[in-house]
Write a protein that binds this ligand. Structure first.
Ligand SMILES: Nc1ncnc2c1ncn2[C@@H]1O[C@H](COP(=O)(O)OP(=O)(O)OP(=O)(O)O)[C@@H](O)[C@H]1O
Ligand SMILES: [Mg+2]
Length: 205
């Protein structure tokens, strides 16, 4: 639980509500949370999904791994503690987007179950949709792909705390969706997410 440091603070409501913004945009804000090993395909699927949703006139915004670490989370590293804070902040940012009526696509390894469950709980508390998508590939496949050359560096001992090599990955137990990106095409993955969003009433059927 993150310590609340400030005292004497009061929430100030506006007159325009989330429902108003959803109505204006003709959509329902929601968070689609991709989790999986580095190289599993989280960013690749998020980019393709962003394009597919945008083509349906939906306002979407991607939050992606290293991008966030360049800015708001530049003071965080890869210890378990920093990873937890990284994910908590991203969760809060995703919630701001949902509140704004936007469909937020987040692509982070987010290897720890408790961190992801915290973000899920944060969404539930505000009655917001949180769709956890597990991009599930065997480590060998991710390592073979190695799109950023990170596994090679991790195997050479150049990257400490590397998920799958020297740090654990805790798979989701009950994700809303599993994408086995070594057995599905990118198009099939995008279709599967869109079908789920339709089922959940986030997108019109
Ligand atoms: N069906 C598929 N779905 C997604 N990616 C695929 C698929 N088939 C092959 N790939 C390839 O797998 C790689 C996935 O890399 P990507 O950067 O998307 O992974 P990531 O999960 O975002 O990793 P990181 O956590 O390091 O950011 C890409 O090179 C992509 O082209
Ligand atoms: Mg990525």
């Amino acid at each position: 639980m993150t310590e609340q440091k400030a005292t004497n603070i009061t929430w100030h409501d506006g007159d325009v509500t989330r429902a108003d913004r959803n109505k204006l945009l003709g959509q329902k804000g929601a968070t689609i949370w991709f989790t999986g090993l580095s190289g599993s395909g989280k960013s690749t699927v998020a980019v393709a999904l962003e394009q597919a949703l945008f083509a349906r006139n939906k306002l979407v915004y991607r939050l992606d791994g290293d991008n966030v670490r360049h800015g708001i989370n530049k003071n965080l590293g890869f210890s378990a503690e920093d990873r937890a804070e990284n994910i908590r902040r991203i969760g809060e940012i995703a919630k701001l987007f949902v509140d704004a009526g936007v469909i937020a696509l987040s692509s982070f390894v987010s290897p720890y179950r408790t961190d992801r469950d915290l973000v899920r709980a944060m969404h539930a508390e505000s009655d917001m949709d949180f769709i956890e998508v597990y991009v599930d590939v065997p480590l060998a496949v991710a390592e073979e792909r190695d799109p950023k050359g990170l596994y090679k560096k991790a195997r050479a001992g150049e990257i400490p705390n590397f998920t799958g090599i020297s740090d654990p990955y805790e798979a989701p137990e009950t994700p809303e969706l599993v994408l086995k990106s070594h057995e599905m095409s990118l198009e099939e993955e995008v279709d599967a997410v869109i079908a789920l969003l339709q089922q959940r009433g986030i997108l019109p059927a």
